[in-house]
Design a protein around this ligand. Sequence first.
Ligand code: TYD
Length: 136
Amino acid sequence: MKLSDLKIIELPKFLDERGNLSVIEENKNIPFKIERVYWIYDVPGGDKRGGHAYRNNEEFIVALSGAFDIILDDGNGKKRFQLNRSYYGLYVPNGLWREMDNFSTNSLAVVLSSTKYNEDDYIRNYDEFVNLNKNR
Ligand code: TYD
């Protein structure tokens, strides 16, 4: 999937005086089966997360609360996305370098993943990532 095809996805939202509700169903709002869920919170101002790519794992990231940016990089160019609504999400296919920054105070990122945690699936060295992409 090309970087230019990726965009913020607006999830279904049910607006209600009692409070709003949004929903994600696997293979419907996101193109994979969910194997794992993790979340990122209490990020100190100015800090970054990510800084890696996955060989196989695909993700869907939602800013359940607050806002932050996701920067995706295919080795040739970068694209920055801001998640700042509880009903916005970003699909991150495998094979892209990803960073997250600009976390607002008390922001909460939930990440749905297509595979179980496997350190061998990570590419944590940017030069290695660029070289792998060149040879593809
Ligand atoms: P990492 O994926 O590097 O975090 P980020 O991409 O947000 O910067 O993971 C940070 C640490 O957490 C690392 O030591 C591995 C551990 N971890 C797990 O044990 N299981 C998981 O599912 C995840 C995502 C991380």
